[in-house]
Design a protein around this ligand. Structure first.
Ligand SMILES: [Fe+2]
Ligand SMILES: [Fe+2]
Length: 207
């Protein structure tokens, strides 16, 4: 689906200038960005990053030095999946688990390479790559860090940009889409704060 068709109207290239991305993550974000110009992933990634920053203060046992880079890198692997097949690889009509898995394995490879290029230590590289490799398909979180990355990623669905873009690309009315989201809260999300945020977004209604 073309960006315009999916409603990718947000100017993600301004994310550094408007301070959406912290100074400490800008070099990483700039390296990730070329891999994110598909599936509205530039917008999705920034929204997930914002959700992670909302969650982190509630979970002091999580490490933001792992969680935030992992969120920025978690979907770089979609760049390796043909755009014509994206609609079969995620969302309510997902029918091709091999492609969904491909974005995780390619994502882990690309993420590790970006972190190596930036001189990030081996332990952090390995933890981020392990989180990316399975963030959508792993049944249970590996750690608190993994849990927050997954919740931040999935919280996107409930945010105003997420609901606007997803309802259009999934071909759902706002009412159908909100009912689907409401039904998914307890199975998709793990932490109490993520569930609270999801319900708060839904309570505001379609925007
Ligand atoms: Fe993903
Ligand atoms: Fe994602």
């Amino acid at each position: 689906m073309h960006r315009e068709d999916a409603g990718c109207e947000f100017q993600a290239k301004d994310a550094c200038a408007d301070r959406t991305v912290d100074e400490r993550h800008r070099a990483l974000y700039q390296r990730a960005l070329p891999y994110l110009h598909t599936r509205c992933n530039d917008i999705h990634t920034l929204v997930a990053y914002q959700q992670a920053k909302l969650l982190l203060p509630h979970y002091p046992d999580a490490d933001d030095r792992v969680v935030l880079p992992a969120v920025l890198l978690h979907d770089v692997g979609w760049s390796a999946v043909p755009e014509s097949s994206h609609s079969t690889a995620f969302g309510p009509r997902m029918s091709n688990p091999a492609l969904q898995r491909l974005h995780e394995t390619e994502g882990a490879r690309i993420a590790a390479a970006i972190l190596l290029e930036l001189g990030v230590d081996a332990a952090t590289r390995e933890e981020v790559a392990a989180i990316v490799d399975g963030h959508d398909t792993r049944p249970n979180a590996l750690s608190r860090n993994d849990e927050l990355v997954r919740d931040a990623d999935r919280l996107w669905r409930f945010t105003p940009p997420g609901t606007r873009i997803d309802s259009r690309r999934f071909g759902m009315t706002p009412a159908e889409h909100f009912a689907w989201l409401e039904a998914g809260i307890d199975s998709w999300l793990s932490t109490p704060e993520a569930k609270r945020l999801a319900r708060a977004y839904l309570a505001e209604g379609p925007r």
